[in-house]
Write a protein that binds this ligand. Sequence first.
Ligand code: ZN
Length: 219
Amino acid sequence: MWKNSQGTNTTIMTCNTHSLVRMLRITMRVHNETLFSFLMQLWTWRLHSRELDHALAIRMAHPSRWDYDPQPFLKLLGHAFYAAMVVMEPKLSSGQHIDLDSQLTRAEIVHVRCGYHSLRSWWDQIASKAPAYMHCPRCMNPERCSYVWRIRIQWLAQNDKIPFPKVDGIRRLQELHRLLAADSFLIKNMPEPCRHSALQELLKRKEHLLKTVHHHFDL
Ligand SMILES: [Zn+2]
């Protein structure tokens, strides 16, 4: 889902979870922010592709396991809760109990529920709206250009073209971007630089969510 920006170091890419955590500790200790952010990407990718079990990740990333500034680990923890929420989404959305067969503690389930409600209202109030963008100088009718962009996003949302639940904002934004980038209606009706900058705004929204996902889980 996320490309790694550091090339492909196969030793790191294929390391097991314990080695990954050990490397995270070392990079924290030596303040190597570039490597830390790469390892974090790897962690996130594994969680969202379900290579890394979310319950294990929640235990590993819990700030009580770390001797220093817990702040960066809250992000890792946020992604672990997000992955748990995606798995539990069918039960959460239909109001079923999730405590019985869950690997999570009651306190952890409270975080998952917080995230679920927060992300749902984030989608309804913010992410379902088309992002604003800068028009290029040759855009003759910015109002119409924005209108075209807006109605296309609404059309996709209303016609259920995005096969992920509202709370899975990361995948929804990714899919929305993919559909809009190939959309012939937009290609025909928006000047190319406007279309490009509108699509960039959508990517920025996804990047922002990736960086701030832990806030939704009350972390
Ligand atoms: Zn425009």
